[in-house]
Design a protein around this ligand. Structure first.
Ligand SMILES: Nc1nc2c(c(=O)[nH]1)N[C@H]1C(S)=C(S)[C@@H](COP(=O)(O)O)O[C@H]1N2
Ligand SMILES: [Mo]
Length: 201
């Protein structure tokens, strides 16, 4: 006789996941690390975050200035294009709305850039109105370097490659242009609910 009842075994999360798992995804409890290159080391005294490109006046914050901005704590599901999803991840950070406050622009796209050279592109409307944050805490602790510390972008409604680790700024652009993975054939938008993994999906 088995002490593990059948229908239960191996599916402890299905109830919680109902309706929350995009097509083709599976749940993980750990937090995989996916980096295209080495993990950059940026000291907080060297760190800054900038808004450049199609703006009247570029903006820039040092770490201390950035950390003096109002913060939000949020709980979101995240979905990686390599098919893992993680539910109810808890982050603390600054809303991109706060960073763009007072910025006059006619731009419709942003290129996100990171220490280490990674880039990814997004429509401006996908990082505004409470859809994206520059986060510096995960699960109540400073964001680990391998997960993008000291700060990463979080855009939970799109595949996680859009959530640039070690983020250093946003460049506002009139026209869309591919970032790092997008140049290698990943989708320009990356909606997990429409399974936009690769260009042509
Ligand atoms: N700077 C940078 N950001 C990045 C990446 C990267 O290689 N470099 N990988 C992306 C991909 S493909 C994913 S799935 C997530 C992985 O984040 P994690 O390592 O914290 O799980 O970061 C995204 N952001
Ligand atoms: Mo990914």
């Amino acid at each position: 006789m088995s002490f593990i009842s059948r229908g239960f075994r191996g599916q402890p999360h299905n109830e919680a996941a109902a309706g929350r798992l995009p097509p083709g995804q599976y749940l993980v409890n750990d937090f995989p690390v996916l980096s295209a290159g080495p993990t950059p080391r940026t000291s907080l005294s060297e760190w800054s975050f900038s808004i450049t490109g199609e703006v009247d006046e570029p903006k820039r914050w040092t770490w201390d200035e950035f950390r003096a901005l109002p913060t939000e704590t949020l709980t979101r599901d995240i979905h990686c294009v390599t098919k893992w999803s993680k539910l109810d991840t808890v982050w603390q950070g600054v809303s991109v709305d706060t960073l763009l406050d007072g910025v006059e622009t006619s731009a419709e796209y942003v290129m996100v850039s990171s220490y280490g050279g990674y880039t990814t592109n997004l429509p401006l409307e996908d990082v505004t109105d409470g859809k994206a944050w520059v986060v510096f805490e995960f699960d109540g602790a400073p964001l680990e370097r391998e997960h993008g510390g000291p700060a990463r972008l979080l855009v939970p409604h799109l595949y996680f490659w859009k959530s640039a680790k070690w983020v250093r700024g946003l460049q506002l652009m009139a026209e869309d242009a591919p970032g790092f993975w997008e140049t290698f054939g990943y989708h320009m938008y990356g909606d997990p609910w429409r399974e936009q993994r690769y260009s042509g999906d």
